[in-house]
Design a protein around this ligand. Structure first.
Ligand code: UTP
Length: 291
């Protein structure tokens, strides 16, 4: 019997430099995708996967995330007085999504360091990691797909997708052997963070979804700076390979890199088009553009 995945860690202490100037005083994780901040999509995905405890790794200038998931008595009273029942329900439901704990990363030293900040709260159990700027649109939520695989393997699992050409240099890259019984699963034999395209062992990129065993924390504590001088989660997972099996998992769905300006614009159009209320007028307006 594998332990259930109850806790999900959200590294959200980065500086969001690709999205300046918007992210100078607004957390990237709070940028809206249609009408919900990016991080809310991730938290809802974790809850849909069965997680009951959300751990957000935060930093200076990021307190709006805490307000977003908290009660807002003035807003609730105003919505109640105005008879806006549906909006009131939405606001209250948001504060009851899950138990949310915040932990600070004093300096943005890298993704691996951000995950290490959650060590005490995670404790000795396997846990999920969701990067809130990677939005995965899927029939079965991406983390739920991964939790189901974890229940069968009990090993760390890295969400993965094949990327084209030189794009691999922006990702952690997996070398892996396919598994006979499941074409979506492969056994990882090596990992490289942000490889030069000619040196990449494959085109399999790690996306912002992980299930990690608690053994990762020892590897994170022993980590030396890697690509870009940052403490890289990929390097810690490579160290974990010495003592545990790690699997790559090709999720079913469409991912949007909403931490990048173009990816963010595309995600807003696609999510807007899917909405019952906004889709038809948005589609009609897009058709009038002389592209
Ligand atoms: P990114 O590299 O996408 O975020 O990290 P970033 O560093 O904020 O953005 P850019 O590249 O400068 O534009 C993925 C996730 O990891 C978090 C980020 O907040 C983001 O959600 N992160 C990154 C941390 O929490 N701490 C860090 O030291 C680095």
């Amino acid at each position: 019997m594998t332990k259930p995945i109850r806790k999900a860690v959200f590294p959200a202490a980065g500086m969001g430099t690709r999205f300046l100037p918007a992210t100078k005083s607004t957390p990237k994780e709070m940028l809206p995708l249609v009408d919900k901040p990016l991080i809310q999509y991730g938290v809802e995905e974790a809850v849909a996967a069965g997680c009951t405890e959300i751990i957000i790794v935060t930093g200076r200038g990021k307190t709006t995330m805490e307000d977003h998931f908290d009660r807002s008595p003035e807003l609730e009273a105003t919505l109640g007085r105005r008879g806006k029942t549906k909006l009131l329900e939405t606001a209250v439901a948001l504060s009851k999504l899950a138990r949310i704990t915040y932990v600070r990363q004093p300096e943005a030293l890298g993704l691996g360091h951000a995950v290490l900040m959650a060590k005490e709260i995670v404790g000795d159990e396997p846990f999920a990691v969701i990067l809130p700027d990677d939005i995965v649109d899927a029939v079965v939520p991406c983390m739920k797909q991964m939790v189901d695989v974890f229940a069968k393997t009990g090993c760390s699992i890295l969400g993965s997708e094949v990327v084209e050409g030189d794009a691999i240099e922006a990702y952690g890259c997996l070398a892996c052997k396919p598994m006979g019984n499941d074409p979506r699963l492969c056994e990882v034999s090596d990992l490289v963070e942000k490889p030069k395209p000619r040196e990449a062992p494959s085109q399999n990129a790690i996306i912002g979804r992980y299930i990690l065993t608690p053994g990762i924390f020892k590897c994170l504590e022993e980590l030396k700076p890697g690509a870009g001088g940052e403490l890289q989660l990929t390097d810690a997972i490579k160290a974990l390979l010495a003592s545990e099996k790690v699997f790559g998992f090709t999720y079913e769905g469409v991912r949007h890199d909403a931490g990048d300006k173009l990816g963010f614009l595309k995600a807003n159009v696609e999510f807007g088009l899917k909405r019952e209320d906004l889709g038809p007028p948005l589609r009609a307006w897009l058709k009038t553009l002389n592209l």
